[in-house]
Design a protein around this ligand. Structure first.
Ligand code: 6LW
Length: 490
């Protein structure tokens, strides 16, 4: 069977896309990570390159330490209108809400946020009608006119449509004026196995909306497709007139119920139109040779970090810098372990079912290492204090040191390999195995502990994110000389 691939592998959910000339831009949710909202550019919708992050200044994005994982930044809508890029999104952290930022250059900088206190809930969308009114449609599904420059709401909120009777979570609305109709695309059924995309249309931006007789347009519920949870789509028309949908999906592995570990990923499918003017979603198209398939490594020789690096909640210069010791990333602990909500952690998304990561860590002045993180209660790691290397498992309320070995003084190269579970397989086989250990000078890998990957999956941990593999300081200061991540043959 040909494997179906995402266009953006790893935790890249809730994609929103727009086109300007021959260029496409796409934004995703980022939850508790900083910088927020990765922004990608493509010329063909299949191959994407990250060109920045929309919320990359603390003035734009504050995520309090008390905020649980999977809070923070949910579901942006990215649009180009009147010569500018507009992005509207929800910050679910306490005291925040819906916000809008703009730019003329999507690589940044983006403006400071304009707050929209009159827009309720999550998943805000932006659409402009012919007389210039800006309609903000939100989960539920409701709508209100806004002034996008001031964030003020204009007039009353109205209810538009709730999707199929009885289906849960009508959300992720996007409104488009295509031909003679206004189309309202929504997600429904929840972002789990029941997820899907449905559409309705009406004569104007406020409806009344008539549901498509063939809803849902897209769902993999109840199928044995390798990509599940498909939903939360956004439409874009290519320069050649063809139509496409980007949407999220997951790749579960292992026995029952299937565990997905890389979060919700972005997929692409063609869209055609019936004679009657309803969209039809085709089969997923898979890219080959994407940027994500090349090994990622960082020697920390540049002051500025690659935009794909993400930190938990913030990245302060005091705790994470390449400027203290040239050629090294210096991490200074804030809490005492990765269990702390404000732990110092910086990582790269796991983007392949089989992969390996390594980090050369100098822990002469502290404790830290390499972790695979789902959230603060679900992570495995290998860490050193300069005299010992330990493998730590944190699963739910239980934290355990599962292996310890003495090492000689000097930097240690810590490693993790993520591989499919060895046979025999049965209904209880996990999705993968995470082997933590030491990369020896002679090129061999000494495994200290091999752990079941199901405990670092969304089906176990809950939430909206996926695994992130990265570096952390648990005590004092550590210096990291090199981080490497590469796919392995699955
Ligand atoms: C998002 C909602 C959803 O706001 O999940 O899959 C929520 N859809 O639309 C978090 O990503």
């Amino acid at each position: 069977m040909v494997s179906v691939q995402p266009v953006l592998p790893g935790f890249h959910p809730d994609p929103s896309v727009c086109r300007v000339g021959d260029d496409y831009y796409l934004a995703c949710s980022s939850f508790e990570y900083f910088p927020g909202i990765p922004l990608f550019h493509s010329r063909d919708l299949l191959h994407w390159k990250q060109i920045g992050n929309v919320l990359d200044r603390p003035e734009q994005l504050r995520l309090p330490a008390a905020m649980p994982s999977s809070g923070g930044i949910y579901a942006p809508t990215l649009r180009h209108h009147d010569g500018r890029f507009w992005l509207i999104v929800t910050n679910c952290a306490e005291g925040a809400g819906n916000l809008l930022v703009t730019t003329t250059d999507p690589a940044g900088p983006w403006s400071d946020p304009v707050w929209l206190p009159g827009v309720p809930g999550i998943d805000p969308d932006l659409a402009w009608d012919a007389d210039g009114t800006c309609w903000c449609t939100f989960a539920g599904v409701g709508q209100v006119a806004i002034d996008p420059l001031t964030g003020r709401t204009l007039g009353e909120q109205r209810r538009l449509w709730s999707g199929a009777p009885g289906a849960k979570a009508p959300e992720a609305p996007h409104l488009y004026h295509i031909g003679d109709h206004w189309y309202l695309l929504i997600a429904e059924g929840g972002t789990e196995r029941g997820h899907g995309v449905s559409v309705a249309r009406g004569p104007g931006p406020n409806g009344p909306f008539e549901p498509c007789p063939d809803n849902p347009l897209l769902t993999h519920r109840g199928t044995d497709h390798s990509v599940q949870n498909t939903g939360h789509g956004d439409l874009v028309q290519a320069a050649d007139g063809s139509w496409w949908m980007v949407f999220l999906g997951v790749r579960p592995h292992g026995g029952t119920p299937g565990w997905h570990v890389m979060g919700r990923e972005t997929f692409l499918a063609p869209v055609t139109w019936t004679d009657d003017g309803w969209p039809v979603v085709g089969e997923i198209v898979s890219p080959t040779g994407t940027a994500a398939d090349a090994p990622f490594h960082d020697d920390f020789d540049l002051a500025e970090l690659h935009p794909s690096w993400i930190s938990v909640r913030d990245r302060s210069f005091d705790h994470c810098t390449t400027e203290d010791r040239p050629g090294f990333l210096t991490l200074r602990a804030r809490g005492t372990s990765l269990d702390d909500p404000d732990a110092v952690f910086i990582g790269h998304r796991q983007q392949h079912p089989a992969c390996r990561a390594t980090a050369s860590v100098d822990a002469a002045q502290g404790v830290g290492g390499l972790s695979v993180r789902l959230d603060e209660q679900h992570h495995y790691g290998v860490e050193t204090d300069g005299t010992q290397v330990r493998v730590i498992s944190r699963v739910g309320p239980v934290r355990a040191v599962v292996a310890t070995v003495a090492v000689s003084p000097g930097p240690t190269v810590l490693g993790v390999r993520i591989t499919p579970p060895p046979p025999p397989h049965d209904s209880r086989t996990g999705p993968d195995v995470l082997s933590f250990g030491i990369e020896e000078r002679d090129g061999t890998f000494t495994v200290l502990a091999a752990l079941d990957g199901r405990y670092l999956s969304t089906e176990v941990a809950g939430g909206f994110t996926g695994r992130v593999i990265g570096l952390y300081a648990a005590r004092g200061t550590i210096h990291v000389d090199r981080f490497g991540y590469e796919p392995l043959p699955a």
